[in-house]
Ligand binder design. Structure first.
Ligand SMILES: [Zn+2]
Length: 170
């Protein structure tokens, strides 16, 4: 079976939480659910710890991940967090035409956030449900058309022309 699902980057708050689990638990959960549905997932806390100090390393890997992703799934659930990095990630992704899906209670009144949001959900569960309704295997993510393999190992939708770099699943 072809695994041609879109790639999802798990954005949201990371620094300054009382527990590291608040940062990792929802991401691990989302990763499991989305990968089972055929998505590829880029988790920014992979290989990280709360004591990391190399800002350049952290920011640059995150930006590279976002450039590779099709979708930003964004946690915006803590009203006491500034979301400085998350806000910059959202704008960076938006400029590159990524789909931005936000879940959580925080910053609902922000005009800047509303402007850069394609889908807003109250909970992670709702955001995942929205993503799981999408067809991702062998069918075009956007229109449901047939994905046709190209010689350069990418795939193109016969209906809408959407291209995706695919991977053969063993
Ligand atoms: Zn299509």
């Amino acid at each position: 079976m072809l695994n041609i699902g879109p790639t999802v980057y798990l954005a949201g708050s990371i620094n300054g939480h009382k527990s590291w689990e608040l940062v990792t638990t929802w991401r691990t959960y989302a990763e499991k659910i989305l990968e089972a549905a055929g998505y590829r997932v880029l988790n920014p806390v992979r290989g990280r710890s709360p004591t990391d100090t190399d800002s350049k390393d952290i920011v640059e890997r995150d930006l590279q991940d976002i450039a590779k992703a099709d979708i930003l799934l964004v946690e915006m659930d803590h009203e006491d967090k500034a979301y400085i990095g998350t806000a910059m990630e959202i704008r960076y992704a938006w400029e590159r035409g990524k789909e931005i899906i936000i879940w959580g209670r925080a910053n609902r009144e922000s005009h800047w956030l509303k402007y850069h949001t394609h889908v807003r959900c109250n909970t992670l569960g709702q955001a995942l449900e929205y993503l799981l309704k999408r067809k991702v295997r062998n069918e075009c993510f956007w229109c449901g058309g047939n994905m046709v393999p190209l010689p350069d190992e990418s795939y193109i939708c016969s209906e809408c022309g959407w291209r995706h770099k695919g991977m053969m699943q063993s």
